[in-house]
Design a protein around this ligand. Structure first.
Ligand code: AGP
Length: 612
C-alpha cells in the first residue's frame, strides 16, 4: 500500500530515494518522508501530501548522505498528517524506521510500552513496533539486527520495514512478511524498494526478499537471514523491464498511455501462446495442470476489484466452453467465510500486482487445505506468482495508473486462451467454433487499435455527461461484468457514484433511479442476448433516461433508442468483452480529466492493496 525506498552506497542517496518515491507514489500519496545520517546526525524530514511537498520542504535542508530511507504513505492507522508520516524516530532518538503494512497486535504492545514510560508522537502502529524494537535493544544490550529479529517473533500482521541507527551510517536493516520488498544489487551500492520501478535505472540484478526474512544491507554487503538467525542464500534474478516502461512516453497521464498501449500489450500476451492459423494454444505455465483442471469438480476464481470482474467474465466463458462449474469469489469474503475447499480443488487467482493482501491470504489458506493454485498475474516475481503452483503472466508491462486498464485486457486474453484450450482438450467445443474463436481472439489487437481511434468522439460524449451525479451501467451475459468494470472505472477516476447491473435486474429496483438526469451506459454489442438488451433500452427510454450505448457496427436499432452511441467492430460475443471495455476506460478517463482530477492517483486509492 505504501511505497518504500532505501539506498546505501557511494552516491548521494537523497536524490535517488526521492526519485524512487515519485515512481512508487501510485502506492499511496497521503504523506512522504525520508531519514538519513550526515554530519548533523540522524535526521528525519517528512510532510503530509505528495512527494512534491516533501521535496519543497527539504529543499533548503542538509540532505547530504550516502544512506537514506524513504516512504510514501497510504494511511491505515492515524490520519494523513506530518506527525503520522513516516519515517518515525524511536523514543531513544537512536533509530529511524518506516513501514508498509499493518501491525494487528499493536494496541497490546503499546499498552506494555506505556507501562514502561514510553510516550508516542503519532497515532501509528509503526511507532509502536519501533519503540518495541528500541526497548528490546536496550533491555538485551543487543544489536539492532538482533532486536528486530526478537521483536518480529511477537508481531501479528503484515510488514515491510526499513531501519537505520544513528551510529551506523552505512547499514539498513530490512524485514518483510506479507508486504513486498525487492533489493537491487549494484557495485558498491544497494537499492531497496517495494517493487522494481525505483531500481530499474540503476541495476537489473535483484533479490525478492521472502516472508520472515531479515536483510542486513551495506554498500558492499547483502546478508539475508531468517528469524532463526540462519543465513539464507539470496536468489538473484534479472529484471526484464525497461526504463521506458515506467515513463509517460509523451502521454499526459499513465492511465491514457496504458489504455493506448493495449494493442501492443494484448499482442504481447497472445504471442507465443495463440497460433490461430495452426489452431493451437500453448500456456506452458499451466499445461502441467490441464488434467487436474479438466477433472476438477469445480473451478474457484479468487480476486479483488477489477481482477474480480475478469474472473466473472471467465466464469461465463469457462462454463460455456468447458462445461466445468465455476464460482467467482471476492478474496476478502472467501478468506474469512470458512469456504469448503477440498484437496485437489483448482483455484485460479487473478491479480495485477500479485501483492493484494486479501487475495494472498485467501490463497495461503486454500493452499494449506490442499488446493491447486493457478496464478494469473502481471507483476513478475510477485508474491502471488511465487505462491502459485503454476500460472500465466499477462505480460501487460508495468501498470502505474491506479485504475487498472491494460492488465484487465491482459487477464481477459489469458482467461480466454485458457477456456479455449481446456474446452478443446475437453472436447466440449466444436472444431469450427474453436477455430473461429481463435481467429477472433487473434484479431483483437488490431480491433482495439481501431477502437482507440474513437478517442475524440468518446471525449465529446464524456464532456456531455461529466457533471452527472450518478451513472448506471447495464449489460447482459458476457457484458454484465464489463458493465461492472465500466462503473468501477468511473467511480475510481471521477468520484461519480456509478452502479453496474445485469440489464434485466434493473427492473427489480434500480429502474427507480431513472429520470432525465441519469446517464445509462448500455454495453449492447451484438450477441445472443441482444434483443433482450434492446427491450431494456426501451424501458429506460420510456423513463427519459439518457442512453449511451456501446454497439456493434451494423446495429440499426440501438441508435434509434440512444442519445449517444459508440460503434465497435464486430467480433464473437465470447471475445467481445475485451473490446467492449476500451470505450468505458476512455469514457471514465475523459470525465475524470473534465473534472480536473488526478486520474493517475485518485483520492483514497492505491495501486496495490497490501493490507487486509
Ligand atoms: C482497479 O482499477 C483497482 N486498482 C482495484 O480494484 C484493483 O483491481 C484491485 O485492488 C485488485 O488489485 P490486483 O489485481 O493487483 O490484485
Amino acid at each position: 500500500m505504501c511505497g518504500i525506498v532505501g539506498y546505501t552506497g557511494f552516491r548521494e542517496a537523497y536524490p535517488i530515494v526521492l526519485k524512487g518515491l515519485k515512481r512508487l507514489e501510485y502506492r499511496g500519496y497521503d504523506s512522504a518522508g525520508v531519514a538519513l545520517i550526515n554530519d548533523d546526525g540522524l535526521n528525519i524530514f517528512k510532510k503530509k501530501g505528495k512527494v512534491a511537498e516533501l521535496e519543497e520542504y527539504a529543499y533548503t535542508k542538509n540532505m547530504q548522505s550516502q544512506l537514506c530511507i524513504g516512504h510514501t504513505r497510504w494511511a491505515t492507522h492515524g490520519e494523513p498528517s506530518d506527525r503520522n508520516a513516516h519515517p518515525h524516530l524511536s523514543h531513544s532518538g537512536e533509530i529511524a524506521m518506516l513501514h508498509n503494512g499493518i501491525i494487528e497486535n499493536y494496541a497490546q504492545l503499546k499498552s506494555e510500552l506505556l507501562k514502561k514510560g514510553y510516550s508516542f508522537k503519532s497515532d501509528t502502529d509503526t511507532e509502536v513496533l519501533l519503540n518495541f524494537i528500541d526497548d528490546i535493544k536496550k533491555e538485551n544490550a543487543c544489536t539492532l539486527e538482533q532486536a528486530v529479529s526478537i521483536a518480529l517473533k511477537r508481531i501479528v500482521g503484515a510488514y515491510c520495514i526499513l531501519l537505520i541507527h544513528k551510529d551506523d551510517p552505512e547499514t539498513i536493516i530490512a524485514a518483510r512478511k506479507g508486504s513486498p520488498l525487492v533489493i537491487g544489487i549494484g557495485k558498491g551500492e544497494h537499492f531497496l524498494a517495494s517493487d522494481a520501478s525505483p531500481i530499474i535505472e540503476y541495476t537489473k540484478e535483484v533479490v525478492y526478499v521472502n516472508d520472515y526474512e531479515i536483510a542486513i544491507v551495506r554498500p558492499n554487503e547483502l546478508i539475508l537471514k531468517n528469524l532463526g538467525n540462519e543465513v539464507q542464500t539470496p536468489f538473484v534474478q534479472k529484471l526484464d523491464m525497461e526504463l521506458a516502461a515506467i515513463e509517460k512516453g509523451g502521454y499526459d497521464h499513465f492511465m491514457l498511455k496504458e489504455i493506448f498501449e493495449q494493442p501492443q500489450t494484448i499482442e504481447d500476451c497472445l504471442r507465443g501462446r495463440l497460433d490461430a492459423v495452426g489452431g493451437s494454444i500453448i500456456l506452458s505455465g499451466i499445461s502441467n495442470y490441464s488434467k487436474e483442471i479438466l477433472q476438477a469438480n469445480r473451478i474457484l476464481i479468487v480476486a479483488c476489484g477489477t481482477s474480480w470482474h475478469a474472473g466473472l467474465v471467465a466464469e461465463y466463458i469457462i462454463e460455456e466452453l468447458c462445461r466445468i462449474p465455476v464460482e467467482v469469489e471476492y478474496a476478502s469474503e472467501f478468506r474469512y467465510r470458512n469456504p469448503i475447499v477440498h484437496k485437489g480443488d483448482v483455484i485460479i487467482a487473478i491479480s495485477q500486482s500479485g501483492e493484494t493482501a486479501d487475495t494472498l491470504v485467501a490463497l495461503e489458506n486454500a493452499k494449506e487445505k490442499g488446493a491447486i493454485i493457478l496464478g494469473i498475474v502481471n507483476v513478475v516475481g510477485s508474491s502471488i506468482a511465487r505462491l502459485s503452483h503454476a500460472g500465466a503472466y499477462t505480460h501487460a508491462g508495468h501498470e502505474i495508473g491506479v485504475a487498472s486498464t491494460k492488465a484487465f485486457t491482459g487477464q481477459l486474453a489469458v482467461l480466454m486462451m485458457l477456456a479455449l484450450k481446456l474446452g478443446y482438450e475437453n472436447g466440449t467445443i466444436a472444431a469450427d467454433r474453436y477455430q473461429l474463436l481463435c481467429n477472433d481472439l487473434a484479431s483483437v489487437p488490431e480491433k482495439v487499435a481501431q477502437i482507440l481511434k474513437l478517442d475524440d468522439a468518446i471525449k465529446k460524449i464524456a464532456l456531455k455527461y461529466a457533471d452527472a451525479r450518478d451513472f448506471l451501467y447495464l449489460g447482459r451475459g458476457y457484458n454484465f461484468p464489463i458493465a461492472l468494470e465500466g462503473a468501477l472505472k468511473l467511480k475510481e477516476i471521477s468520484y461519480i457514484h456509478a452502479e453496474g447491473y445485469p440489464a434485466a435486474e434493473m427492473k427489480h429496483g434500480p429502474i427507480a433511479l431513472v429520470d432525465e438526469n441519469l446517464p445509462v451506459v448500455f454495453v449492447a454489442t451484438k450477441d445472443s442476448f441482444h434483443e433482450k438488451v434492446v427491450s431494456n433500452m426501451q424501458e429506460i427510454k420510456a423513463r427519459k433516461g439518457q442512453i449511451i450505448a456501446i454497439i456493434t457496427e451494423g446495429d440499426t436499432v440501438s441508435p434509434t433508442l440512444s442519445d449517444d452511441v459508440i460503434i465497435l467492430p464486430a467480433i464473437d460475443e465470447i471475445i467481445a468483452p475485451i473490446l467492449n471495455v476500451i470505450p468505458l476506460q476512455l469514457l471514465s478517463y475523459h470525465i475524470g480529466i473534465a473534472k480536473g482530477l488526478d486520474v493517475d492517483k485518485p483520492r483514497n486509492l492505491a495501486k496495490s492493496v497490501t493490507v487486509e
